[in-house]
Design a protein around this ligand. Structure first.
Ligand code: CTP
Length: 140
């Protein structure tokens, strides 16, 4: 495969097929996939949402998947600053949603990653499904 250790990070609440599509694409490009799972503090204080599944359950579900080699909770700081994540997990590629591509924050991160010999690969977001959409559907 193109990369050895891959990393992606997200909330992964109410695990759905959009999440699965992303993780399958990640795993197809690396030997070992690490998933950083944003903790409940992040969901509440940064996304201003109440998690449906607890942080422990979100980690357990991810860890049980055959495309995920390791899943671990990450803090607000580790989510916002990918240098903290790379220092912790030593990945050589970060997989991210393409909504971040070209943003100032990710351009800066790409620059900083050069020192580590690491890259960012962007994947398209699966249209028509998200945790928010599922919640809306249930409410109706
Ligand atoms: N993701 C995706 N396609 C979707 C939903 C999520 O590719 N339809 C990806 C995101 O780009 C991110 C990861 O899955 O890299 C985790 O996303 P998360 O924020 O947990 O999922 P959402 O379902 O988008 O959650 P919300 O609606 O609460 O924002």
């Amino acid at each position: 495969k193109k990369y050895k250790i891959g990393y992606t990070c997200g909330v992964f609440d109410m695990f759905h097929v959009g999440h699965l599509n992303l993780l399958e694409k990640c795993k197809s490009m690396c030997d070992y996939l690490i998933v950083g799972v944003c903790n409940d503090d992040y969901v509440r204080n940064i996304k201003h949402k109440e998690p449906v599944y607890s942080e422990q359950d979100r980690v357990r579900i991810l860890e049980a998947l055959k495309v995920v080699d390791r899943a671990e909770l990450v803090t607000i700081e580790e989510t916002n600053d990918k240098i903290l994540a790379i220092e912790k997990f030593h990945f050589d590629v970060l997989f991210s949603g393409d909504d971040w591509k070209g943003s100032e924050r990710y351009q800066k991160t790409e620059e900083q990653f050069k020192k580590y010999g690491a890259f960012i690969v962007y994947f398209p977001y699966t249209q028509g499904i998200s945790t928010t959409q599922i919640k809306e559907k249930i409410k109706k």
